[in-house]
Ligand binder design. Sequence first.
Ligand SMILES: Nc1ncnc2c1ncn2[C@@H]1O[C@H](COP(=O)(O)OP(=O)(O)O)[C@@H](O)[C@H]1O
Ligand SMILES: O=C(O)C[C@@H](O)[C@H](O)C(=O)COP(=O)(O)O
Length: 328
Amino acid sequence: MTTPHVIGIGNAIVDVIARADDHFLEHMGIEKGIMQLVERERAELLYASMGERTETPGGSVANTIAGLGKLGLQSSFIGKVKGDSLGRSYAEGMEADGIAFPNAPVADAPLPTSRSMIFVSPDGERSMNTYLGAGADLGADDVPEAPFAKGGFVFLEGYLFDKDEGKTAFRRAAELMHRAGGEAGITLSDPFCTERHREDFKALIAGEMDVVIGNEKEWTTLYETDLDSALGLAAEACRTVVCTRSGEAVVILKDGARVEVPVTRIVPVDATGAGDQFAAGFLYGYVGGRDSETCGRMGVAAASEVISHIGPRPEADMMTRFRELGLV
Ligand SMILES: Nc1ncnc2c1ncn2[C@@H]1O[C@H](COP(=O)(O)OP(=O)(O)O)[C@@H](O)[C@H]1O
Ligand SMILES: O=C(O)C[C@@H](O)[C@H](O)C(=O)COP(=O)(O)O
């Protein structure tokens, strides 16, 4: 299997995870199951309200890249952190996992390192409250040219659309990769994010993306129609369209063929990172030239591992799991 360089670009975020029941979410005005952006004051309030906390490096595409790195792919993550203690440990953590983190922590960044207060309900659902600090100031100037020189694959994070600087960083990354003969993909990230930036997403998918991964709600929100119609519209615009549906089968449309990959539904311990690790497994297969079913099965295996423990990144050796499943 060939192993091209995979580059991720997204928000570098530290996840602060705690358990909370649905009554608590309601009381605090937290919408269940989505990513909501919060300002600094509310971030501090939510942080203070958390019981036992787990702090761990997160960020959606960064989680995917961490998964790919652990699978042995050469990988880099382009993100931005401040030179505070969270930011330094974030950058060191990526490097320790074998992932190049080309942008050094910025000592005098005006905002602290981004963080997300994530509440996990008894049913395993995660509700994210993200304070976009230094990470969201990522702009085109923060995208170095060197990692793109040999082509490969760049995976972009839809959440970056929430700031104009992110959109420019994003376009530069896709352009550099295509110029080098590689491919680009994107995760739709979140239904409210797709709603906020519907036209930009549609234009990007039609014009520049080789692979798009989203969950059911993200796809139906983007195209404002039922799932089959939404995926049909996406497939007219993009070669590989992937839809995850939590505990239901994954749908993959590639070059006119539709594949469904079964999922065995469980009650997650913590659903944080399910979509991100699905993407890691899927892309591992994709960049290795595997067929849609194998890519989907790799994605499902990686997602099922991450939802069986707290935290958005794999704890088990996924290559061993892939071998046990006959996928490699
Ligand atoms: N309850 C569940 N049982 C089993 N697998 C799940 C469950 N929820 C999520 N997954 C796995 O995680 C993948 C992504 O989940 P999904 O909820 O669709 O995405 P996101 O985390 O982006 O919202 C699914 O395709 C599936 O493989
Ligand atoms: O990006 C955020 O706002 C939160 C991330 O740090 C978090 O790890 C995440 O995105 C989890 O992803 P998902 O549960 O797969 O959507």
